[in-house]
Design a protein around this ligand. Structure first.
Ligand code: SF4
Length: 347
């Protein structure tokens, strides 16, 4: 019997680390003991695993009292090259199948997983978004990798972390699983609105969802995306109004501020709620943080109709400069979700 320690390097407190939950479950199934590593009180371990999802999270640099230490996760695979994040596949360590497909040890995060299951039905995405590592890490095809029963056992809520479930050729069977479960579903990574059809919309409408997420990242998708949003609102009973349809809106990547505002106003006009996500937030011009605060604070966004009227520290000169030059395209991360590597979509 081995003594196993775990370190959730990101430790966001908002999302459980799915990999650590699977590692824990597997070791327990082998008869090992598993506990969180505590440098002060834990003592010696046979093996300690560190998992890091986010590239911007500093690594755990302290000495670790263990015979063996293993680090893994996308946070260790991404580096900055010429100001852009690059995923190094050689550093990627996929879990062995017997761990990847084990029922997670939700007991590691009792609060975050209260009556909630987390997992992936599919992996991979055919889109090659430059700001996403999904294609490089998981492949340029969305393929089924699990049944719901692999990570769901009657919980009231299911958080599906699939990067692009609608791109999978098995999408119909896959959507039936959360429908039949009767549980609340949450497509936490968003759905690819460009792939939406009336048939898909009707099936999604049969899933119990409190909120649904899409994305509109590339301005040039405007003519494809807008009719899809309208169709989705027409076909489903889940009316976008009432804060139920959120659209991730990536800024500071390939759009100008003017285009960002156009997306934001347009989404609001058709009844969807934009949710601003800043590429390379750490180095982004300040105007994007203000934009994010204005849009993402629902009450403010509802009461202040125009960005120029949002007073909180608004600096008109900076705003005008941004309109002239457009955003920086330097390094950064887009939507990142602790369950997958990098996340984000254009969904
Ligand atoms: S951002 Fe979304 S649509 Fe783009 S490659 Fe990543 S998962 Fe696919």
């Amino acid at each position: 019997m081995k003594r196993i320690g775990l370190i959730d390097v990101d430790g966001t407190g908002r999302f459980p680390n799915l990999v650590l939950m699977k590692i824990s479950a597997w070791h327990k199934s082998m008869g090992d003991t598993v506990e969180w590593y505590d440098p002060m009180f834990s003592g010696h371990f046979d093996k300690v695993y560190l998992s890091k999802v986010f590239s911007f999270t500093p690594d755990y640099d302290y000495p670790i009292n263990a015979d063996e230490v293993e680090r893994g996760g996308s946070g260790y695979c991404i580096s900055l090259v010429n100001g852009k994040e690059v995923f190094d596949k050689a550093k990627n360590k996929p879990l062995p199948p017997e761990i990847e497909h084990i029922y997670p040890d939700y007991g590691l995060y009792p609060e975050l997983t209260k009556d909630t299951a987390y997992g992936f039905l599919t992996r991979g995405c055919p889109r090659g978004c430059v700001f996403s590592i999904v294609g490089k890490k998981e492949g340029r095809c969305s393929v089924k990798v699990a049944d719901l029963s692999e990570f769901w056992n009657g919980q009231k809520k299911i958080v599906l972390c699939d990067p692009n479930i609608l791109a999978c050729r098995d999408w119909k069977d896959l959507l039936l699983e959360p429908i039949d479960s009767g549980a609340w579903g949450d497509f936490t990574q968003g759905l690819d609105i460009r792939l939406m059809t009336e048939e898909k919309a009707r099936m999604i409408d049969r899933i119990k969802v409190k909120e649904i997420h899409f994305a509109w990242d590339r301005y040039e998708d405007r003519d494809v995306i807008l009719p899809k949003f309208k169709m989705f609102a027409d076909v489903t009973t889940l009316k976008p109004h009432a804060h139920k349809a959120i659209v991730y809106t990536l800024v500071n990547f390939s759009t100008t501020l003017e285009q960002d505002l156009d997306r934001i106003y347009t989404l609001r006009d058709i009844g969807y709620w934009p949710y601003v996500m800043i590429y390379d937030k750490e180095h982004a011009p300040k105007v994007y943080r203000r934009l994010q605060r204005w849009v993402n604070m629902r009450s403010t966004f509802a009461s202040v109709k125009r960005f120029e009227d949002y007073k909180e520290g608004a600096k008109k000169r900076e705003l005008l400069a941004m309109q002239r030059t457009g955003p920086s395209k330097s390094l950064g991360a887009c939507r990142q979700n602790p369950t997958t590597p990098f996340l984000s979509h254009e969904k």
